[in-house]
Design a protein. Structure first.
Length: 322
């Protein structure tokens, strides 16, 4: 009788769907690691998405901030984490595209150490001047630069998207303006707001509140088409830069070798959250335009950007400088 019972249980287990005998994923909180301090755009994005995924999937997601090192500290942490689907990295293009070229000894290899989950946002940057500036158009700005009458705010360390965009734009204009270095995006933005430096290219999200308040004057966005977030601002193609198309993205990654089923669960959950109209509207108000790309399409974007910006960073003399 005992043998018959055991055989019956073995037969029943064999008839179960694959993985049914294992603990259901996720059965404990998922940690979302953000490479910036609390309060910034990536942190806000991560928290809003974490909240939406938690609501839709009845799971718990904890946001953990690990700022510093031009996003390398958080990336290295996730790269070394157990690939069990319980640690997710919020990353920007600097993390996966710029840093591997900038650092002499990179702390991680994007292709080896990570697998993409989904892209969340993809947006142009904005070229802005102080409102009291006499510069009214991009053409006037370029002319002033050619005459050596104007410098610009620049990040002193790393190659965050604003610095790369400025390199692309100034090279397209055939000019080499004098940069004023600042230790990060926020100090550079504050310098322009305080009229200490006249111009800056930065991500749309941190600039948007100041643009709305009239504390910054936008001259153009760095894409070939206008953005619905600032529909009145000319695109690069309208401002005399038909070859300039620079945008910054934010997306989510897990450590390499994460179980495909767990990675797929995360991809589906994040895409469902980003597809929520209320969340998309909230992010748009904050200057972040939701652009969903699933894993394979996202990887194509990363590969394309890596090939393109490696040359930009090398030509700018920034390769291996960190």
């Amino acid at each position: 009788m005992k043998l018959a019972y055991m055989l019956a249980m073995a037969s029943l287990a064999g008839a179960m769907p694959a993985g049914a005998a294992q603990a259901q994923y996720p059965d404990r909180p998922i940690t979302m690691v953000v490479p910036f301090a609390p309060g910034g755009g990536s942190d806000t994005l991560s928290r809003l998405i974490a909240q939406k995924v938690a609501e839709q999937q009845s799971v718990s997601i904890v946001v953990e901030n690990r700022p510093g090192g031009n996003t390398t500290i958080a990336a290295r942490h996730v790269a070394r984490a157990k690939p069990d689907g319980y640690t997710v990295l919020t990353a920007i293009d600097a993390t996966m595209v710029f840093n591997p070229v900038l650092y002499k000894e990179p702390a991680y290899d994007p292709a080896r150490d990570f697998e993409p989950v989904a892209m969340a946002t993809f947006m142009p940057l904005v070229l802005s001047v102080a409102p009291e500036s006499s510069i009214q158009t991009v053409g006037q700005w370029v002319e002033s630069l050619k005459q050596g009458q104007m410098d610009y705010a620049m990040y002193a360390h790393g190659a965050l998207p604003g610095r790369i965009a400025m390199e692309v734009v100034t090279r397209a204009a055939g000019i080499s303006p004098t940069p004023v270095p600042f230790n990060g995006s926020t100090p550079a933005l504050q310098a322009v707001l305080g009229a200490h430096v006249p111009v800056l290219i930065d991500a749309l999200a941190p600039s948007l509140p100041h643009l709305k308040a009239g504390k910054l004057r936008p001259l153009m966005v760095t894409s070939q088409e206008r953005t619905p977030i600032l529909p009145q601002v000319p695109a690069a193609s309208e401002a005399g830069f038909p070859g300039v198309d620079v945008a910054s993205w934010t997306g989510f990654f897990v450590a390499a070798d994460t179980d495909p089923a767990q990675r797929q669960w995360l991809e589906d959950a994040f895409v469902q959250a980003l597809s929520d109209p209320g969340l998309a509207a909230k992010l748009r108000e904050l200057g972040m335009d939701v652009t969903i790309k699933r894993r394979n399409e996202f990887q194509q974007q990363i590969d394309q950007d890596s090939a393109r910006y490696r040359q930009v960073i090398t030509d700018a003399g920034l390769a291996g400088t960190l």
